[in-house]
Every structure is written in structure tokens, then in C-alpha cells.
Design a protein around this ligand. Structure first.
Ligand SMILES: [Zn+2]
Length: 313
């Protein structure tokens, strides 16, 4: 679908094309070990990996996460090369939320190109600098080229100010583009307390809830179990507001005990959890201990069906 950045977009119009019931039936029949989708993997173009030092000073967030040579960076080709041994059928690649839209564009180009070379094995999301002029146009360019959503974005909580959400530009325009196409926004979420680690941000459950509230009908995946937002799905009125919200498992073994998946299933339900490893930070095998405790139907939904439905892949 071709769209224009001048279009009108009402936050009150939910996506009519989720097709959730059909896909749920399919997901229920998928054995857990078959068709694993890893919905949260990070890739960079080879040039950026080779010359990472040159980019450390150009972006404070990138510098804080990738200054250590131990912080692994992989290209799309590196990722594909490890998928079979990791038991993964399909990876959803994300780039990095650079503050410079030009750097986002470099990564987006790499992802678009790789998806074209590995259809059926790779899908990708577009990353944009939320506040940059041209962010919505860059997102539209990538979605027109076949990418399946936007992320992983790391918004500042001030983005959730009600005035900003009503206006044009910024996150409001990004949300508008995605809602029109029925594609998801992946947001980096963090726990409001607990241990500190590189990348721990301030977009905590309150900001996540405000984002969902500001954009009804927009499919949002909060990474890292939404910083714990899933717990509040046990409150009926909160659950209604979070109707289009999903949670991915990226980095969970670093953050929680293995029993957290059962807690998440008890409150949010198996249809809202999406497996993502945060590769190359963690390989999929690191999630085995927690996931093996779940029943096969819940695992099949988490490890394949939900992602295929949400990303339309
Ligand atoms: Zn993240």
C-alpha cells in the first residue's frame, strides 16, 4: 500500500486486518520445535562492523552499547550463517535507533537488501530517528520496500507528553504510518528498578502504557517483556487498553528468573508473547530452560504463530 506523509490519521481507527482468529488456529497446530521465529535480532552493515570505532563518537547510545569489543555485532549474512545451528527458521532483523537518520538509513538499506536475498528466512524492521525531519518518509520508504514494521525504537519518555501525541511529526507520525498498514512498532522497554546494565533506559511500564493509550489500534511490541508491564494485564481495564500490545522475550535470561514466562502467560496470555533472542547478545539456546517449562501450545504460539500473525510473515 502506497501512502503519503500528508494523509490524515485518526488514532481512533483500529486496524481492521489483524486476521487473528485464522492465524491462532494455525499456530495451535505447529509443534514447538518446528518453524521457530526469532523476532528480535540485531544486524549492522559490514562497513559499520569493520569500522565500529568511527561510529562510537557519532552516537552516544551506540557508543555506550558497542564501545566494548566484547559487544558482538553481526551482519545479515552472519545471522543467516548461524540460523540452522540455532534451530531458527526465520529471523526478524532490527537495526539500531541512531539519533542520526542518515545512520538509520545505512542500516535500513542493509536490511532491505538482505531480505531480498533471503526471502522466507529473513524479515526486517525499519529504524528511524524519531525526532528527525524525514523520519516518517524514511519509514514509508522501507515499508514500501517490504519491511514489516518499525523498531527497535528507544523513545524518550517525554515523547509520551499528551501534546506531542496529538501533534504531527515524531512518534505520532510513525504510529500513523504503521497503523494505516497494520504493521507493528517495536519499542525498547526497561524495568523501573533492579540492576543497571548498558542499554537500561527510562521507557518503563508507565511510558509504555501511555504509548498504548495514545495510539489505540496501533500494534506495539514492547521488548524485554515490556519492563514488567505484562503484570498489569491482570487488571481488566488495563488489559482493554493493552489489547494491541505484545511482549517479546529479548534478553529475558539476563533480567529475570526462568519462571517469568509462566507469570507472563498467567496475566497476558500465550497469544501476546513473542520469542526474540536479542541475538547476537544471546543465542536462542539460552532461553531453553524457561521455555521448556511451558506447554506445547503456548510454546508454539510464542515461538512461531504470534510473530507470523503480528509481522504478517
Ligand atoms: Zn531492546
Amino acid at each position: 500500500m502506497k501512502t503519503s506523509s500528508k494523509r490524515s490519521c485518526s488514532p481512533q481507527s483500529p486496524d481492521p486486518s489483524s486476521g487473528a482468529d485464522d492465524e491462532r488456529a494455525v499456530a495451535g497446530g505447529v509443534p514447538a520445535a518446528v518453524g521457530l521465529v526469532d523476532a528480535h535480532t540485531h544486524v549492522f552493515p559490514p562497513e559499520m562492523i569493520l569500522h565500529r570505532e568511527a561510529y562510537l563518537e557519532r552516537d552516544a547510545r551506540f557508543g555506550s552499547l558497542y564501545r566494548s569489543p566484547k559487544a558482538a555485532m553481526v551482519s545479515a549474512d552472519d545471522l543467516v550463517g548461524r540460523m540452522d545451528e540455532n534451530g531458527v527458521d526465520l529471523c526478524v532483523m532490527v537495526g539500531f535507533p541512531f539519533a542520526d537518520l542518515g545512520l538509520c538509513r545505512l542500516v535500513n538499506d542493509h536490511i532491505v537488501e538482505a531480505v531480498g536475498r533471503f526471502p522466507g528466512r529473513l524479515a526486517g524492521l525499519a529504524c528511524v530517528a524519531i525526532e528527525a525531519p524525514g523520519a516518517a518518509a524514511e519509514l514509508d520508504r522501507c515499508l514500501d520496500a517490504g519491511l514489516r514494521g518499525c523498531g527497535e525504537l528507544a523513545p524518550d519518555p517525554h515523547e509520551m507528553h499528551p501534546g506531542k501525541q496529538r501533534g504531527r511529526g515524531g512518534l505520532a507520525s510513525i504510529a500513523c504510518s504503521l497503523r494505516e498498514r497494520g504493521l507493528p512498532l517495536l519499542v525498547h522497554a526497561s524495568e523501573p528498578f533492579g540492576h543497571q546494565y548498558p542499554g537500561k533506559g527510562r521507557f518503563t511500564p508507565e511510558a509504555c502504557f501511555a504509548l498504548a493509550q495514545a495510539h489505540p489500534g496501533l500494534t506495539v511490541i514492547f521488548a524485554h517483556l515490556g519492563g514488567g508491564l505484562f503484570l498489569y494485564e491482570a487488571m481488566p481495564e488495563v488489559r482493554r487498553t493493552l489489547a494491541d500490545v505484545f511482549y517479546d522475550t529479548a534478553a529475558v535470561p539476563y533480567l529475570y528468573d526462568p519462571g517469568v514466562y509462566e507469570a507472563c502467560l498467567a496475566t497476558a496470555g500465550s497469544q501476546k508473547l513473542i520469542f526474540g533472542s536479542d541475538y547476537p547478545l544471546l543465542a536462542p539456546g539460552r532461553y531453553r530452560e524457561g521455555l521448556s517449562r511451558l506447554d506445547p501450545d503456548a510454546r508454539a504460539a510464542m515461538q512461531s504463530g504470534n510473530a507470523r500473525r503480528v509481522f504478517k510473515i
